[in-house]
Every structure is written in C-alpha cells, then in structure tokens.
Design a protein around this ligand. Structure first.
Ligand SMILES: CSC[C@H]1O[C@H](OP(=O)(O)O)[C@H](O)[C@@H]1O
Length: 379
C-alpha cells in the first residue's frame, strides 16, 4: 500500500510503501539527496541514533515503521510464533528502539501506544503483526494531518498582529523533521500559503547546523523568502527589525506546565523575544506533550559527542569519490580543548506566549507563569 500523503510537502524525509521503508539521509543534506533502505528495527535504531533521521515526530515514526518493515520481512515466521511470543518480540524490539535517543517524548508515546495495540490483538500471531503494522502506518498519516492543523492554528494566532508578517525560527521543524508539512515550519508554510508571510529568518543552529543544512534546503525548495542568521545574531536582529513579530520553534518534550525542551539555543531565543516584546511560540503535536512530566526539571537532556562542536563547521559533503560522498570534517578548535554539548535546553513556561498543537492554541491564564496543559487538553 502506498502512503502518498496528501498535504506532505514536496520533500519526504520518510517514504513508506509497504513493506519498504526508505529515509532521506539527513547527514548528507543539503549536498546530496540520498534515500537509505531501513529493513529492521536495528536499522531504525542506528538511523535515529546517528541522526540520519531526526526531529521528534520523525524519530517516532521511523522507529515504528522500521519494526513494521522487519515484521513484514519475516511475516510468516513471526506469525507462526503465536500471539504471545510475537507480542513479546515486538515489545522487546520497541524497548530497544526506545534507547536510540532520550529527549523527544514522541518516541516513548509511540512505543506505549503500539504496545497497547498489540496487547489488544492477541487472537493469533497474524493478528498481532497485522495490528502492529496498521497502527504504525496510521501514525505516519496522522502526523501530516496534525501538522496541517498546527500550521492553520499557528498562522491564525500570529496573523492577529496583522500582516504581512516576519517571523524567526530555530533548528529544523519541517518536512525533514516530521511526516510532512512540519510544526513550526508548518506554521511558516501555512503563513506563506495564505500570502501573509513577508519573510522568515532562521538560525544556522550550531553545532549540528539543522538550520544551515536542513531548514535552508526546505525553504529554498518551497520558494519561501528567507534569510539565515548566526545563532548569536538574533538579539541584534530583533532590535534592528521591529516588524519581526514572533519567534516560532518546535519541541522535543513539553511538560504539563508548559516548560519546553527543544534544540539548544531555544532558551536564549525566548529570553531575546521577551526582552524585545515579541511572541515566543512553541509548535508541537500533542504527542510531544508529556502530561506525566510536571515541569521541565525532570526532562532528560541528550548530550552528544564533542566533535560536533570542536571539529566540524558543518557536516559538509566535500566530494564524491567512486560514487560515495566524502564528508568534510574540519577541525576548528585546537586539540585538547574541552566542550559542553547538550543537544537541547529547557525554556520555562513563563517565557512562552503560546503552545500551538493540532487541537488548538493554548495560552496561560491571565497573570499565570505556567500553563495547565492537562486541563487544556481535556476540556
Ligand atoms: C518537529 S522537530 C522537533 C525538534 O526536534 C529537533 O531536534 P533534533 O534535530 O536533534 O532531532 C529540534 O529540537 C526540533 O525543534
């Protein structure tokens, strides 16, 4: 079955045509657009851990579909195990996929949901496998629909300022981080689509350069007017251009009170937005909201190797040798220097103007420093 998803942008980070899963190798973007075949949950784990695929929603979907591909590749063998053994195998593989990256709650939300689906399908080995695959496929389709709603709600919220609008975004939250359209970049796509967007500024997003490599690529492909800035230039930019009305970012995990873990540098942007009196908007599907997490204090922040900070000016593909891309790794800092390289930081709810989800726009009560997302989501 081909899941050619209506509404997905021209870029597809994830290609699922049952039983085959291919993902765009984002380590090679923007210099090469290369799809890699993901046949097993081990392939999926590696692609997520190495950030060949990344972005909170995309991580969950690739994890789920990598196991779907594995199960379909050995359908009769797994089905013949019987319901209980097949379910146990699936649970073991899902727990393994959960060790790929710690911060994005979408992955753990998907694992919990998929285990529940399997637990309700124990009539036979076949029914367990069929139920798992159907549920994994549904996540792919649901994400695009969610992103379209996030885009619409977020655009309407920003348009209250009156257009045409200039906004700024951080990292990559578009079709390369989701099943299509995007979250914060989905709002930007929606503003552009309605003719309300004058210009978008985006940060290069050191040290992994999701902005310089991925957001730049998406905006160029879509023909959206954009300018890249260094992460360190944002305050000066806001001060120089009062018509930049909002900073819109994604999320890896939003706690019940609205504290938000997102790409490193987000917290600084929230402080800059507050100081300059601009909206600071978090765009995320409800699968990024962790209602069991009271505040951001409990969020595990992934730390990655120092080389991303010290060695490369970007994962630039330097040349093609015998058809293989040779990535350039340029040492910038001297040997021996140490670095601190958290992948994410936590922005306190008090600095956040609104959390935009597929279920609507949530704001804090008058005078409140925190959100009550448990109440907002269950109204
Ligand atoms: C809609 S993507 C959400 C989130 O994920 C990104 O992190 P990474 O590139 O390390 O996977 C970034 O924090 C985005 O805002």
């Amino acid at each position: 079955m081909s899941l050619l998803l209506e509404g997905a942008s021209k870029l597809q980070a994830i290609r699922w045509v049952r039983p085959r899963l291919d993902i765009l190798d984002q380590l090679l973007l923007p210099h090469a657009s290369t799809y890699i075949d993901i046949r097993t949950s081990a392939d999926g784990h590696r692609a997520i851990a190495t950030m060949q695929t990344r972005g909170a929603p995309a991580i969950a979907i690739v994890a789920a579909l990598s196991l779907a591909a594995e199960l379909l590749g050995s359908y009769e063998k797994v089905s013949a195990m019987g319901a209980e053994a097949a379910a146990a195998l699936i649970e073991q593989r899902l727990d393994y996929l959960g060790t790929s990256r710690p911060t994005a709650v979408n992955l753990f939300d998907a694992i919990t949901k998929l285990k529940a689906v399997v637990g309700r399908a124990l009539a036979s080995g076949h029914s367990v496998v069929d139920a798992y695959v159907d549920a994994a496929e549904a996540m792919l389709a649901a994400d695009v629909a969610d992103n379209q709603n996030i885009g619409r709600f977020g655009a309407e919220f920003i348009e209250r300022h009156g257009g045409p609008l200039k906004v700024l975004t951080h990292c990559n939250t578009g079709a390369l981080a989701t099943a299509g359209h995007g979250t914060a970049l989905g709002i930007i796509r929606s503003l552009h689509g309605s003719g309300e967007l004058e210009h978008v500024f985006f940060t290069e997003t050191r040290p992994y350069n999701q902005g310089a490599r991925l957001t730049s690529y998406e905006l160029l492909v879509e023909g959206i007017p954009a300018t890249m800035v260094c992460d360190s230039a944002v305050s000066a930019l806001l001060r120089s251009d009062p018509s930049i009305r909002a900073i819109v970012v994604g999320a890896d995990r939003v706690a019940r009170n609205g504290d938000t873990a997102n790409k490193i540098g987000t917290y600084q942007l929230a402080i800059a937005a507050k100081f300059h009196g601009r909206d600071f908007i978090v765009a995320a599907p409800t699968t990024s909201i962790d209602l069991e997490m009271e505040s951001g204090k409990g969020i595990v922040i992934e730390e990655r190797g120092m080389d991303e900070v010290l060695v490369t000016e970007g994962f630039a593909a330097d040349s093609v040798v015998d058809g293989q891309l040779e990535r350039a790794a340029v040492r910038v800092a001297p040997v021996g220097v140490r670095a601190w390289n958290p992948s994410f930081d936590v922005t306190p709810a008090g600095l956040i103007t609104a959390v935009v989800t597929e279920k609507g726009v949530f704001v804090k009560s008058e005078g409140a420093e925190e959100f009550n997302l448990l109440e907002s989501l269950h109204k």
